[in-house]
Structures are given as C-alpha cells and as structure tokens.
Write a protein that binds this ligand. Structure first.
Ligand code: AMP
Length: 322
C-alpha cells in the first residue's frame, strides 16, 4: 500500500460532492492528455457513483486527440449554470487558463491540480505539485473513497491516459513508486494498456510523419545547450495541421547529448501571438516562462510571445539558466 497524502482534503471533497445535485468538471484550455484524462476520469466516475445527480464536463474540443481517445465535450446550456452547482476544476493552475468561464458562477469550487499553487482559487484546493499528473491525484482520490464507489474501466482508461501522457510514458523524474502502484491498480480494473491506451494515444497519421520530417529538417541548435523549432502559419498550412498540434514533435529534441533546454514556437494567427512550449532535462524553466506571459512546471512550461522579435531575448534568458 502507499500513503494517501490528502486524507482530510479528500474527505472534504467527497462531502461536497455528496452535498450538490449539480456538478460540472472543468479543465484547462488547449487540453493535453492529462487535462482530458483527469477531467473525464473524474466525470465518468461521478456519473457512475451518483446517478441521481446531474454531472457535466465542459471545455472546447481539441484536434490533438481523436474522439476515439477522448470523447467529445458536452454542450451545456447557459441556463444550467443558473442552478446551484459545484465546480471541480482539474489540472489548471490559474483561473485565466480555465476552459469555460462559467466556472465563476459555481457555488463552491474544488481545485485538483499538480501545478505550482500560485493561485489557490478553489474553496478547497487539493494541489500536489510534485507529482507527474493530475490524473494520478484523481485516481488516488477515487481509490480513497473506497469500495462503495468503484471505478469503471472507462474512468480507469482515461486516468491511465492522463498518467501516461504527463509522465512522458513513465519516463520523467516525477514518476514514483506511487505512480506505478496507482497505474497497477488501474490495470487491475481491467484495462489493457497497449490496446486501451498506448495504441490509441500514439497512433500517427501520415501528416504527422511529414510534420516530423519538417521538424527534423528545420530545428535549430544555438550551440549553447538549446534547441528549438518555429512554425509559422504558412508552415502549418503547408503541413496541413492546426496550431494546437504545433508542439506535437517537441520530444524529438529531448534526450539529446548537450541539449539542456528545448522549445517550439507556433504562430497563433487568430490571436496575433506565438505560443511557446519549453522543456528541460533538469533546469527550472518556469520563471523564464512566467517572464514571457506563461508558467507551468519546472521542466515543462508554456509561454506567449507577441512578436518573433522577442526570440533573441528568450534564447538569451534560457542560455543564462544553463
Ligand atoms: P505546454 O507547453 O502547453 O504543454 O505546457 C506545459 C505545461 O505548462 C503544462 O502543464 C501547462 O499546463 C503549463 N502552462 C502552459 N502555459 C501556461 C500558462 N500560460 N500559465 C501557466 N501554466 C502554463
């Protein structure tokens, strides 16, 4: 067995869940596998465990994963949010990134997260910023609630997806024995990781392979421990991908001898900005990300540039960290 760190918070969360007839589960904008996984794993467990309540999950759909991986989001009428409801917000460090502003109308808010708790916006904040994924925290919570509220195969699959993606397939330093124990418990529910998760998560289309070729041909090495690639709107059009997929091949630059920090920059033409995804082997890059209108984890952060003229200064700041 492993230690449950948030016993009191988990008890409070369960009490609040029991109290409300209406519950909405939120997550962050531009969702990744963990945002979807934690949100959907929790939402379907709530639907199974409390059939008399109305449970919804909201946010924009994403082109990054197909509907065979993460189901379509629910479309919920504005009227519903005039009812008294509990908001549970997964995997989102700050309010600006919550997908769907209607969370603000909630009577009570629970934050389940694994980003630095710079903005404890919940009435109840359950934040474990040292763990690899929010899905691990949600699974821990669900297992804590005991046999009375079993987890379905569907919820287990979503949570396993979230743990897999945010831990870099169990590779990152934030993976612990507890991560593996929780993953084992999810497998014991009946999922087959290869069929139910890995094959779907990592299936590639031809566009993705051509995109990969483009990244390999165009990545830049600064000579000072940094690698990056830039995708303009023109590149995206030629590659037949949308800007949400810009960071898809970021990991091609990981695990390279001499490269400590790597990032990609994608033009978001509709917002007149450039979205940056930064990763590092060990160095804390989150403060630099904050300086460029972003934030995130020590070794995985996001930022925004308003012009490519900011690139030399971003590169200089990252080189200084090295
Ligand atoms: P990304 O590069 O978009 O995959 O983001 C890497 C990590 O940083 C994820 O955990 C994001 O949730 C987080 N992140 C990205 N952008 C921001 C931001 N503007 N503010 C706070 N956290 C962010």
């Amino acid at each position: 067995m492993y230690e449950v760190e948030f016993k009191n918070e988990f008890k409070k969360a369960l009490k609040k869940i029991k109290e409300y007839d209406n519950i909405v589960v939120f997550r962050h904008q531009r969702p990744d596998g963990d945002a979807f996984g934690s949100q959907l794993g929790l939402a379907f467990w709530l639907k199974d465990s409390f059939p008399s309540k109305t449970i919804h999950f909201v946010g924009k759909n994403s082109s990054v994963y197909g509907e065979n991986v993460f189901t379509k989001m629910e479309e919920v009428d504005d009227d519903f949010f005039n009812n008294k409801f509990l908001a549970i917000i997964c995997d989102t460090g700050n309010t600006a990134r919550i997908d769907d502003e209607r969370w603000q109308k909630a009577d009570y808010k629970i934050k389940f997260d694994h980003h630095p708790n710079d903005e404890p916006y919940g009435d109840l904040n359950i934040v474990a910023n040292e763990i690899a994924s929010c899905s691990e925290l949600i699974a821990d919570f669900i297992f804590f609630t005991g046999k009375k509220y079993p987890m379905s195969k569907l919820s287990a699959m979503y949570l396993f997806d979230g743990i897999t993606t945010d831990s870099g397939r169990f590779l990152f330093s934030s993976v612990t024995s507890k991560t593996h124990r929780i993953a084992a418990k999810l497998i014991d529910i009946g999922i087959i990781p290869s069929y139910d998760c890995f094959n779907k998560l990592y299936e590639k289309d031809v566009d993705s392979l051509i995109f990969q070729k483009h990244v390999l041909n165009n990545m830049v090495f600064t000579g000072n421990g940094i690698a990056y690639y830039v995708l303009t709107e023109k590149d995206l059009k030629e590659l037949n991908i949308d800007n949400e997929r810009g960071k898809e091949h970021l990991s091609l630059m990981s695990n390279i001898k001499g490269i400590e920090i790597w990032f990609c920059v994608t033009e978001i033409v509709e917002k007149n900005e450039w979205r940056v995804s930064i990763r590092s082997k060990k160095i804390d890059i989150s403060e630099v990300a904050k300086k460029y209108n972003g934030g995130g984890h020590m070794q995985a952060s996001g930022a925004t540039l308003y012009s490519l003229d900011e690139m030399p200064s971003l590169i200089k700041d990252l080189e200084e960290l090295i």
